[in-house]
Design a protein around this ligand. Structure first.
Ligand code: BEZ
Length: 210
């Protein structure tokens, strides 16, 4: 069963490179990114996992934990981590779930048999403190993901959660944002006493709240 936005992220217990993970307990009260990659000791995955390690401080700044997954065992993850460090300059500094029996992969619909019948595809789930799925993304095995884009989406999600604003096309941190349509002008006055620019009644622009 596909996981949709707003669904509760399925809970699970699994082995990882950092011991047994009880997923919801591991997430705690913050945000999380769960991402799958097809296979250990493969080129695109090597670059992805090294880059995730490099930008982990950016996730931490935003209160987001990161965790990877593939259908390979913990021993492979550990041996491959040394290659990742050697070639990318960063070893994974976050847990990698070992899912050889595909328990988690099936729970999260990470195996797309018409693309790769035995391996996980490149899935990403951004999960909020309420354990609800806030974003999903699926890439094919041959295309490395843009993990900087995840940070951009998380910035947008956190702004919406905290300030009742949405973010326009190609928005980047620091740029103007949009007052969500659900907020009436009357309520918007309380939230944004400095005012806003109305381009259309449904398109109200404000500086990004800090
Ligand atoms: C890769 O990470 O390079 C890869 C993994 C599985 C299939 C194709 C490419």
């Amino acid at each position: 069963m596909a996981i949709r936005l707003g669904d509760t992220a399925p809970d699970f217990t699994a082995e990882s490179t950092e011991g047994t993970i009880r997923f919801h307990e591991w997430i705690g009260n913050g945000w999380a990114v769960l991402f799958s990659h097809p296979k250990d000791f493969t080129p695109v995955c090597t670059t992805e996992l090294g880059y995730m390690a490099k930008i982990k401080p950016e996730f931490e700044k935003r209160g987001v934990k990161i965790i990877g997954l593939s259908v390979d065992p913990v021993g492979d993850h550990r041996r491959w981590s040394k290659d990742i460090e050697e070639t990318q300059g960063h070893a994974p500094n976050y847990p990698l779930i070992a899912d050889p029996d595909r328990k988690v992969a099936d729970l999260y619909d990470m195996i797309h048999p018409n693309a790769l019948d035995t391996l996980t595809v490149r899935s990403v789930f951004v999960i909020g403190p309420d354990k609800k799925v806030k974003m999903t993304l699926t890439y094919p095995a041959s295309t490395g993901r843009n993990f900087d884009e995840l940070l951009r989406v998380i910035d947008s999600l956190q702004l919406t959660a905290n300030h009742k604003v949405a973010t326009p096309v190609n928005w980047k941190h620091g740029e103007d944002v949009i007052i969500v349509p659900a907020l009436s002008d009357e309520d918007a006055k309380k939230q944004f006493p400095q005012g806003w620019k109305t381009q259309k009644p449904y398109l109200r622009i404000v500086p990004q709240p800090r």
